[in-house]
Design a protein around this ligand. Structure first.
Ligand code: TRP
Length: 361
């Protein structure tokens, strides 16, 4: 069976380091591994509208931001089709048919949806489109016959729901759809990078993000004000690593080579951590290291973005081409789905012939 990747992001803002370590960096590696037959990366504007229906310009303006982030982080349009969800109407059609296979109580039990409903104060009146977005996400995954969906941990309930719908579809209408597997980040820290304030998650609304497109000055300012150990007042005080965001980020980004270059007093992160815990190592020194480490990763991304930004029509052309390819594939799957569901009247010569005979003998 072909190995196919599908994944995507809601275009509600520029992408930040949480997106980067949680999935973007991995996608680029998967793309370059050459192990996958097809790769689809979706800008999920229709899904973003399920909780931003009253702010369409926010979504509209962020399509290009996300596309620029993708390309500057290393996604290569020759290897990965980048496309816009709403421009593939076949996905919406699939969603309509899949919704027959899901109960309201199952949707209400989805833990990701539950948390998001609380976050958005939707408890008293949930938009139907929001509640049903896991069905639409199932269409995204199945339309491309994806086998592998690289996502963060928070998306596991979506994958589970998708797999249930696939099983229900296949048992009702015959083997048609593929059950996809989630591919999680390979380490815990990357699964959920905390915000610069130490809060559980980077989130635009909390203002605790470092963006891929931040300038060196912005990165440095954000790192310098990062949450560390509030009891580590004097350099000589022993410091704690627990919930110490600067060290969490170093866990996610630092390699041994960085120490030789930027903090030669230590062989590796472990040695630096031990010094911090003993006392005698100040936060500023650790933060300076982190700035250097982040800059190594971000400088090439920033430079590619600066180039890409010079030709915005070319970026839209990439999206257009990716979308055309995505539509073709989704159209093929939709035809198979309709055939399995016995609603392919016009392409079924047998149907017309047999009914002609039925009525005329
Ligand atoms: N729900 C995902 C997110 O919020 C975005 C998304 C939409 C997605 N459709 C998808 C991810 C299909 C993986 C597969 O980040």
């Amino acid at each position: 069976m072909a190995k196919i990747i599908l994944t995507g992001d809601r275009p509600t803002g520029r992408l930040h380091l949480g997106h980067y370590v949680g999935s973007l960096r991995r996608r680029v590696e998967l793309q370059n591994s050459g192990e996958y037959d097809e790769i689809y990366i979706m800008i999920a504007d229709a899904q973003a509208l399920t909780d931003n229906f009253d702010n369409p310009d926010k979504i509209r303006d962020n399509i290009i931001e996300v596309a620029l982030d993708y390309l500057s982080a290393g996604l290569d349009p020759d290897k990965a089709n980048i496309f816009i969800q709403s421009a593939v109407p076949e996905l919406t059609e699939l969603t309509f048919y899949y919704s027959n296979l899901v109960t309201l109580s199952r949707l209400e039990r989805n833990p990701t949806v539950k948390t998001e409903i609380q976050l958005r104060n939707f408890e008293t009146s949930i938009p139907v489109g929001f509640l049903t977005y896991p069905i639409s996400q199932t269409s995204d995954i199945t339309a491309f016959k994806a086998t592998t969906v690289p996502v963060g941990e928070d998306q596991l309930p979506m994958l589970e729901q998708a797999r249930e719908i696939v099983r229900k579809f296949n048992s009702t209408y015959g083997e048609t759809l593929v059950e996809a597997q989630a591919l999680l980040p390979d380490n815990k820290i990357c699964s959920r990078l905390p915000g610069t304030d130490g809060k559980a998650k980077m989130s635009k609304s909390l203002g605790n993000c470092i963006y891929l497109s931040d300038t060196p000055e912005e990165v440095s300012k954000k790192v310098m004000s990062m949450f560390t150990d509030p009891n580590h007042l004097k350099v000589s005080d022993p410091g704690s690593l627990e919930g110490n965001t600067v060290f969490t980020y170093l866990d996610a980004f630092a390699k041994d080579e960085h120490f030789a270059k930027y903090a030669p007093d230590y062989k590796n992160l472990q040695e630096m951590k031990e010094h911090y815990q003993r006392g005698g190592l100040g936060d500023v020194k650790v933060k300076r290291l982190l700035i250097n480490v982040l800059e190594e990763e971000l400088a090439p991304i920033r430079a590619r973005r600066a180039e890409l930004q010079k030709d915005i029509p070319a970026v839209y052309e990439i999206l257009k081409k990716g979308t055309d390819i995505a539509r073709k594939k989704a159209g093929e799957t939709l035809s198979e789905v309709k055939a399995a569901m016995r609603i392919n009247y016009f392409d079924d010569e047998e149907l017309i012939k047999s009914q002609q005979e039925k009525f005329n003998g």
